[in-house]
Design a protein. Structure first.
Length: 335
């Protein structure tokens, strides 16, 4: 019954799992590949996404499994990223299927007419949306498979898992999931993390590391064509404690000088004395397209010269790699 209801809705959902700890920029590039296939893409940071294929199937005149194979070939050949892809008549079926694909990648497409029967064969913990604690409770009562969960009266499962959670679990076990794929891009932020190879108290080393992090963040923003309205600095200390503070920029920017000034102000606010740092994170937030940033008339010839130099340095990085050139202080730190 559930699969018939999903099929009647005419939805074909693709769930894509990228490798764990994939960098934010690589993840964004995967999303761009998905957007080339369908206009309805929902980002699920940090490493997954949903795609509604209903319109794409007609546009590309291809079946869902073929589109999954094409996507995988593209992410491998263009990005060097393999992905695990599940396809089904609902978010639950597609996400459950992608989890069944073994790493590093592959495609599993579930026939809409047999979705509930396929789900029934799986262990209950494999059903997307069932957490470890819920699975443990169900197994304690002998409900070891999705098929058994689907066969139990909803009222019984509600007593075990709670009202809403129990009702949802039974529906999804039966293949019932009316949720649509809602177009959603990545959150408006960009993050660069830098660990210290050892606990450090050296102010010069911390400053050089921060400068290097600023340069990497600014380059990431320029390559995306974005500018940040705010910066957030997070310092991580030995013992696991952290310090975080955000500062708004005077004007949105993706330039080294502007981000460095704000980052240094944030670091000065931290008032470090004897704290042993293990790493720092710099996040550009409240991003907007760089084309939307008003171009200010400047009489600061030194700044204009630095911006011209920055553009030339970016061209060198594009040709020879991001680490071939940069501030002297950062290079001394790296050496």
């Amino acid at each position: 019954m559930g699969s018939d209801r999903a099929a009647a809705a005419g939805s074909t959902v693709m769930h894509v799992r990228c490798p764990d700890r994939l960098g934010e920029e690589a993840y964004r590039q995967v999303l761009e590949q998905l957007a080339d296939m369908s206009p309805v893409v929902q980002a699920l940071p940090p490493s997954a996404a949903l795609v509604e294929l209903k319109g794409a199937l007609r546009y590309h005149n291809a079946d869902a499994r073929h589109l999954g194979d094409v996507l995988r070939v593209r992410t491998i050949s263009r990005l060097g990223v393999d992905v695990r892809i599940g396809i089904g008549p609902s978010i639950t079926v597609a996400a459950t299927a992608s989890a069944q694909v073994e790493a590093p990648g592959g495609v599993l497409a579930i026939d809409p007419n047999h979705a509930a029967a396929w789900l029934a064969t799986l262990p209950v913990e494999a059903l997307h949306g069932i957490g470890p604690r819920q699975a443990a409770v169900l197994c304690d009562y002998g409900v070891h498979s999705v098929g058994l969960l689907a066969a139990i009266p909803p009222a019984t499962v509600q007593r075990l898992l709670g009202g809403r959670a129990g009702r949802t679990a039974v529906d999804r076990a039966r293949g019932i999931d009316p949720r649509p794929v809602v177009p959603r891009t990545l959150p408006a932020s960009a993050t660069v993390r830098t660990p210290f190879p050892r606990h450090t108290l050296d102010g010069a080393e911390v400053r050089a590391t921060l400068l290097n992090t600023v340069v990497r963040l600014a380059l990431l923003l320029r390559r995306r064509g974005q500018a940040a309205r705010a910066l957030t600095l997070t310092l991580k200390f030995a013992g696991g404690s952290t310090w975080t503070k955000t500062r708004r920029l005077t004007e949105p920017s993706h330039h080294d000088d502007d981000l460095r000034t704000a980052a240094y102000q944030l670091m000065d606010t931290a008032g470090l004395q004897r704290g042993r740092l293990t790493g720092l994170t710099l996040k550009g937030e409240d991003l907007l397209d760089a084309d939307q940033v008003a171009q200010q008339i400047s009489l600061d010839t030194a700044r204009e010269a630095r911006l011209v130099a920055e553009a030339a340095i970016d061209r060198v990085r594009d040709k020879y790699g991001p680490d071939v050139i940069g501030p002297a202080a950062a290079f001394r730190h790296a050496s």
